[in-house]
Design a protein around this ligand. Structure first.
Ligand code: WT7
Length: 678
């Protein structure tokens, strides 16, 4: 952080500055049924009532032992919430609903092939399957409370079943997005110290049954290279009686879950009462430098925050059919497909495949068939569906009361299509701003209490007190039109506890910049630094502009430019690599790659392909660059630093600014011609 070169080339700098927009108001019928219609909630969650206000969220849960201390700051800035309490997440998502809802759908799974039937799992069935699997994990695999397990699975019901089985035992799950490469998975296995990998043989994506198990070898090898042996690999099957992968099982290491499960039929495992502050899961996310960070989330605080925000911001009632089209491999899926909805006994819809398959009406067909009334997705998907089928939604008879966007700014034009066409003018929209680290929402309107403003997330949600600081730690005033660093003044129960195994990096990345006294135990001295730039309008609404560090938000997910650059450098011909975000019509941002070759090597298509393939192997297809440019040299400062800002401007056809102070200004024209062809 603080590297001027990066700060200047940040996404915030190239973000579009939208006009102020008119406001839209929730309908009377939405307000009439909403969970939170009491404007006093902002008072109750005011800083003067902090931290006790969060009792309101904790009381949405069932505690094995009630807690005595709301917030313990003795280990600042690793906050401990609801200390003294004992709780089990699996119990809260399943067992406690059985008396009233055992026969209600907990999960409805929609396979991608349209001729395959939906799978409906009631709370009773979820109870049985989670218990049997937990019993297997305990007895066959030997997992114990506090162990870590890496889960590399696609969007199938066995994924939440696996997570909830781990949670039942107090085993810490680390779900790695199924689209990530085996190598990326293996690095996360090693970092978390998992000796068990849970995976799947195959899954459908875009009409093809993909072989997912082929990533296992790469994952296990990468884990071992990084010092972690994997003893057991459990493989779920996409089809019970057929293999969806060509990969041979490794004897005494690999086991098909479906072969083992019959032995556990009828088994029950008592949910382990976990201390509120025990870790529930790890979720890896990219950072400025170095390896991905394992964000460690707590059990009690996280679950309380997921419950509270799901109830009041997502407006989830048990009778709702709620569909979040994210992937459970990201934090959105953890909080708002699995834990939030299930803790509230809602029906959570899961879809296996891509939203536009086999045609851009698919999503709306699913909504109609299941009578979904709450819909949740990312702007990138909204843009894609708008482009592919702008008139599709009106062909289907569904009615949303509530819609969410998450993960990146949404252009007002796209927002209006979402509102008018997808929502048919009937649904409220919440634009939810948050991060992997924050466990749940930071900024959003409260759907029945506030107007919506296209392009702006809104104020801090109840209990979150955001502030914009400039580089000198002065508060930037509302309505000034000046962008700065958005920080949160106070801790909250959903916040991650630390970076797994690297507390120093945790403190440095999120707190050092605005902390005045590293010894302080007073939370007021520890504003949380999000790493995002934002502007605060007169009306108290925040507009998020993007990252201030060298992180690229692709389709709503963070990729570290350093990770991409290191992947390029694996290709033997490459001497230097620079990655910059470039605006993309659908995905928001995608990486553009600039490389310079070692002396004597000629540019070739083969080298470009080698780079792309290396990026797909080390990170995954999600990181695929828009362009690879092989340049004769990088624009550099006299001290030899690559000027990513200049490259970003070239890629985005923006103003390049003054380059006369560069060590090699002539190269800029050369690259300009190559990229822009003029
Ligand atoms: C980064 C976090 C939160 C779950 C999905 C992404 C950006 C997030 C918004 C929004 C503008 C947003 C920020 C943030 N972001 N939500 N509503 N408007 N930008 O989680 O991968 O941890 O990424 O996404 O830059 O820091 P993530």
């Amino acid at each position: 952080m603080g590297d001027q070169d990066f700060v200047k080339s940040s996404e915030a700098q190239i973000a579009v500055h939208w006009q102020e927009e008119d406001k839209f108001y929730p309908s009377a019928s939405f307000i009439a049924q909403a969970n939170m219609t009491d404007a006093e909630i902002y008072k109750r969650f005011g800083l003067e009532n902090f931290p006790e206000c969060y009792k309101e969220y904790a009381d949405l849960l069932t505690w094995d032992k009630y807690w005595h201390t709301t917030l313990d700051t003795s280990d600042a800035p690793s906050w401990k919430w609801f200390v003294g309490g004992k709780i089990n997440a699996s119990f809260n998502c399943i067992d406690r609903h059985l008396p009233l809802h055992k026969n209600k759908a907990a999960i409805i799974w929609v396979p991608e092939p349209e001729d395959e039937p939906h799978v409906v799992i009631t709370f009773q069935e979820l109870y049985v399957r989670v218990n049997e699997y937990a019993s297997l994990l305990q007895d066959f695999v030997g997992l114990k409370t506090g162990d870590r397990v890496t889960i590399h699975m696609p969007m199938v019901p066995e994924l939440p079943i696996t997570m909830l089985a781990c949670a039942r035992l107090g085993v810490i799950h680390s779900v790695v997005f199924g689209g990530f490469s085996g190598k990326a998975c293996g690095e996360r296995i090693a970092d978390s110290g998992s000796r068990v990998l849970i995976t799947m043989d195959g899954y459908y994506r875009n009409g093809k049954l993909l072989d997912h198990q082929e990533k296992t070898k790469l994952a296990v090898d990468a884990a071992e290279e990084n010092g972690q042996k994997v003893d057991k690999v459990l493989v779920w099957k996409r089809y019970r009686d057929q293999n969806s992968s060509e990969v041979a099982m490794v004897k005494d290491r690999d086991f098909y879950v479906n072969d083992l499960l019959p032995e556990y039929t009828g088994k029950r495992v008592a949910p382990v009462p976990m201390p509120a502050e025990a870790p529930l899961f790890l979720m890896y996310t990219s950072g400025t430098t170095g390896n991905p960070k394992g964000c460690q989330h707590s059990t009690g605080g996280y679950l309380a925050y997921a419950a509270g925000t799901s109830k009041f911001v997502q407006d989830i009632h048990p009778e709702d059919v709620y569909w979040c089209m994210a992937d459970i491999g990201w934090i959105t899926g953890h909080s708002y497909i699995v834990y939030g909805p299930l803790v509230l006994a809602a029906t959570s819809v899961m879809y296996e495949g891509v939203p536009g398959f086999p045609d851009p009406g698919r999503a709306w067909r699913i909504a109609e068939q299941l009578d979904v009334n709450i819909f949740h997705t990312a702007p990138t998907t909204v843009r894609m569906l708008r482009k592919a089928g702008p008139d599709e939604p009106q062909k289907y008879n569904y009615h949303f009361k509530h819609m969410t966007t998450v993960g990146e700014p949404i252009e007002p034009e796209v927002w209006k299509w979402y509102y008018n066409v997808v929502g048919k003018g009937e649904a409220v929209i919440v634009d939810t701003y948050w991060q992997t680290e924050t466990g749940g929402f930071l900024c959003s309107t409260m759907p029945a209490l506030q107007a919506m403003k296209p392009g702006s997330a809104g104020p801090g949600v109840p209990g979150i007190h955001p502030v914009i600081y400039d580089e000198d730690e002065n508060e930037v005033e509302a309505g000034s039109g000046i962008a700065g660093n958005i920080c949160i003044r106070n801790p909250w129960p959903g916040a991650f506890q630390t970076i797994w195994g690297d507390r120093e990096r945790y403190v440095k990345t999120y707190y050092e910049k605005y902390n005045k006294d590293p010894k302080s135990k007073d939370w007021r001295d520890w504003p949380y630094f999000t790493g995002d730039a934002a502007v605060l309008a007169e009306d108290g609404y925040f507009r998020i502009l993007g990252r201030v560090d060298d992180v690229i938000n692709v389709a709503g997910h963070r990729l570290g430019t350093k990770e991409l650059e290191s992947a390029c450098l694996v290709v033997p011909e490459i001497a230097e690599a620079a990655v910059v975000p470039v605006a993309d019509e659908i995905k928001g941002k995608v990486p553009d790659i600039y490389v310079a070759l070692k002396p004597g090597i000629k540019p070739s298509k083969k080298i470009e392909e080698a780079i792309i393939s290396e990026i797909e192997t080390s990170i995954g297809k999600i990181a695929r660059p828009k362009h690879v440019y092989i340049v004769p040299d990088m624009p550099k400062t006299r001290s030899g630093k690559i000027m990513r800002r200049v490259l970003a401007s070239i890629s985005n056809r923006g103003d390049i600014g003054d380059v006369t102070t560069l060590a090699n200004p002539e190269i800029v024209d050369n690259i300009l011609k190559m990229v822009q062809g003029n």
